[in-house]
Design a protein. Structure first.
Length: 563
């Protein structure tokens, strides 16, 4: 391990020829003593477009306080973020997954350009979390990710609610199953303050996964966004980054094949978001760790669901924190041999050592014993078949329907599907197909929470299935297959589907098939031509030209020698 704590920053600040650089920093308050210490970048994604990241400037000050107390000099910088919840169901949602690459690129650029000795990434909403991890992995300097924390649940008619209930209320109101008065009251009460969406949706799923991956300190993600303990943990994070800088502990010392399997197990055990498949594959690509989509099915199949969390369960992240948090979950999984307890965390201690510090609230029902699981196998399954040769992802947490056969209702955009749902055009037994919404075709692989929640709100959640080459929100529930690959824009079999084709989901058999022969599919695809790109310039066009299949994490990559 490299223990020269100023190996990078001395290049930019040390010596007579670096006087101009020092002079520019003097202009904004850094003195010679500051610039003689290790320089730690404090990245965050504060933005005034959502509650998820709204507390991050405050948290950055706390991290900086800890860095200074431990003998370092912090330098704060920020980047962009896109709210999935705010943009859901609009053209703007196409920017969300694309933002993951932009955020990772921007943190990497600032880190490389300013030669920080270490980096702390403060993250909040869905794509900022994997983006921070991807950037750290590329930079491979001492550092870690700190989660800004979950929002507190709202209260409506005597029960806890989250943004999930608001999305589902849209369908309930459209079908007359909810009054306008109740609809408006729910909207006003669902989100009471700053923080990321409260259920085990994508943000909380990825915040948990990074702790088991080793890129976030165990327990650091647990305190809610506005809990005073969050500020305290950020001060400690500032001190911790200086400790691991002294030891020279880098992401490449932590990330292993086993640590990725630990992260997958944490997602499976909590009924977490299908987006974890995309994001963990992407981080693994950055780390050079072999990981493929089938690994998620294998690990999930051996991991029981032991956390009773929304959207499939009863509780939210705040409840999990009160019950004992990520360390309690870690102790359950380590003791049962479901994760490798020897893997490192940012403290330099192993997951098993961190889990030994776990406590458990008396009488809690959020994190169950492994011997009394909610479900014997985990929440993620991978299906393959003649509709998804490269695979697709289904979340089975919170419901028991494992098979479905029905006629396809085919739509070439989310808007077309939503219009049909709102008009009452989807019936029991149907299979809703939404295509040309993949990484390239969208571009950007929109989430379909608006459609899936509207179906649930109309009372069709247990009788309709849906498949798409787009994504699902972590708040999605029901029999839904996302990330269908190859996508329609890559001439995948989903592009051959027609209204009325019989589609079969077989979860136990791990298949997704249409009742067509390979020859019939190929005959239908023969006249297919690639759609004209929706964007011809700018970031959307660049992303569509460079993005890989969702089965590979939908990462962008340079063109190969053949273009």
């Amino acid at each position: 391990m490299d223990t020269d704590t100023r190996r990078r920053s001395r290049t930019i600040f040390e010596g007579r020829d670096r006087a101009p650089a020092r002079a520019m920093l003097h202009a904004i308050g850094f003195d010679d003593e500051d610039l003689s210490k290790p320089i730690v970048g404090v990245a965050h994604t504060w933005i005034e477009t959502m509650p998820c990241n709204f507390n991050q400037r405050r948290l950055a000050e706390r991290v900086k306080e800890g860095i200074r107390a431990a003998g370092g000099t912090p330098m704060e910088f920020n980047t962009v973020a896109i709210s999935d919840g705010v943009t859901m169901g609009t053209e703007g949602m196409k920017t969300s997954l694309i933002s993951r690459e932009v955020i990772a690129d921007s943190i990497e650029l600032v880190g490389r350009g300013h030669m920080f000795d270490a980096v702390v990434c403060i993250v909040g909403c869905d794509k900022t979390i994997p983006a921070g991890a991807m950037a750290l992995t590329r930079l491979d300097v001492p550092g870690f990710v700190i989660y800004g924390g979950a929002i507190a649940p709202g209260r409506f008619q005597g029960r806890d609610v989250t943004i999930q209930e608001v999305f589902e209320a849209v369908g309930a109101r459209a079908s007359g199953r909810m009054s306008e008065e109740d609809f408006n009251a729910l909207e006003e009460s669902a989100c009471p303050g700053a923080g990321a969406c409260g259920g085990q949706f994508t943000a909380n799923t990825m915040a948990l996964a990074l702790q088991f991956l080793g890129l976030s300190p165990m327990g650091s993600a647990d305190p809610p966004a506005n809990d005073p303990r969050k500020d305290e943990s950020c001060v400690e994070a500032g001190k911790l980054v200086m400790q691991i800088l002294d030891r020279g502990l880098r992401p490449s010392d932590i990330l292993t094949r086993e640590s990725f399997e630990n992260a997958i197990a944490s997602v499976a055990a909590t009924g977490g978001s299908t987006n974890a498949v995309l994001h963990l594959l992407a981080i693994a690509r950055e780390a050079g760790i072999p990981l493929d989509i089938d690994d998620f099915d294998r690990v999930s199949d051996r991991t029981p669901i032991i956390a009773d969390l929304k959207p499939g369960g009863r509780y939210v992240a705040v409840d999990m924190d009160r019950a004992g948090g990520s360390k309690l979950l870690g102790r359950r999984l380590v003791d049962a041999g479901l994760v490798d307890g020897d893997q490192l965390t940012p403290t330099g201690r192993t997951i098993a050592e961190e889990a030994e510090d776990a406590w458990e609230a008396e009488g809690q029902e959020v994190i169950l014993p492994v011997e009394q699981p909610l479900r014997e196998t985990g929440g993620l399954v991978i299906l393959k078949g003649n509709l998804a040769p490269e695979g697709c992802v289904v979340k089975v947490a919170g419901y028991t329907r494992l098979e479905h056969t029905g006629p396809a209702r085919v739509f070439d955009s989310e808007e077309e599907a939503m219009e049909a749902v709102q008009a009452g055009g989807i019936g029991e037994g149907d299979v809703v197909v939404i295509r040309y919404e993949g990484p390239k075709g969208g571009p950007g692989m929109r989430e379909m929470l608006g459609v899936t929640a509207a179906l649930v709100g109309q009372g069709l959640g247990e009788s309709v299935a849906l498949l798409t080459d787009g994504r699902f929100s972590g708040a999605t529930r029901g029999l839904m297959a996302g990330h269908v690959a190859p996508e329609a824009a890559h001439r995948g079999p989903i592009a051959a589907l027609r209204d009325g084709d019989t589609v079969t989901f077989d979860i136990p058999g791990r298949t997704l098939n249409v009742d067509l022969s390979d020859k019939e599919i190929e005959d239908r695809l023969r006249p297919w031509t690639e759609p004209v790109p929706r964007y011809s310039t700018g970031v959307m066009a660049k992303y569509a030209a460079q993005v890989s299949s969702s089965s590979e994490g939908a990462v962008t990559r340079p063109a190969g020698p053949d273009g």
